[in-house]
Design a protein around this ligand. Sequence first.
Ligand code: SF4
Length: 323
Amino acid sequence: MDTLLEVKDLKKYFKTPNGFLHAVDGVSFGLARGTTLGVVGESGCGKSTLGRVILHLLEPTAGTMTFDGKDISDIGKNELKTIRQDMQMIFQDPYSSINPRMTIGEIVGEPLIIYNKFQSSADLNKRVNKLLETVGIAQRLVNAYPHELDGGRRQRVGIARALALNPKFIVCDEPVSSLDVSIRAQILNLMQDLQAELGLTYLFITHDLSVVRHISDEIAVMYLGKIVEKTESKELFRKHYHPYTKALLSAIPRPKVMKNKIKRVILKGEISSPINPEEKCRFFPRCIYAKETCGKSQPELREVERNHFVACHYYEEINSPCL
Ligand code: SF4
């Protein structure tokens, strides 16, 4: 595997008056060049923090990150500026992530000016126009302001800006969550086309498993700062072993006419506190299969089948056909 990004035992803790909040707590994965890893979980599971730590928008507490063969766990300002060209981000809310006082052309051209990529404004404008064309924004909108565009077009501008410096890797943080369903498919298709054309590698963060199903090569399910299940996208929809993954999958709306409907799992119980978490399974208070051991020891993420990782003491028992 040609690994572009490798993350090992990554941790991000935040100091609070009551102790340390373990937002990301020992996350490890490798991401192959030109592929997409979907990171799925409910709000507060640490998936967005994970993306921000990888991009050094937040500094890691511990762990290592290797990008394109280079250790980027602890890098200085100048190195960071260089590496940022290769690592970009598409944000959830395109309106709040772009400056409303700048025109579309200025927004897309800004990274090129910061990195001094062109000596003449004619060359700069040519590149901006090309980027707008790539993401399907009409040239006539180059002097428009963000408020004059609909949500889908604004997100296209966000994508054009992320592409400006020819990155290798993009963290996509809920890029379609704030868009209408009809626009979502257009943006997802655009992102897939760009990946095929430009060889991009994505870390695609979302709370909605159905969104990542088609765009991801692999999916990692996160719960309270930890990956609880990870495998290939198709495999996860076929075989899912962790009780939390089962609950997430059961929450995907399905048409009434569909055969093989999955029984809806309603999660009950309190979510454990991520502040100074105890040495037990994080899913323990909400898990219908929990046993005494689960309240005393934390399950490790282990490979239970080829490239299928699960963190559950009783995954075999839970998934036994006799149960
Ligand atoms: Fe449930 Fe125990 Fe498995 Fe945790 S380790 S998911 S509490 S069965």
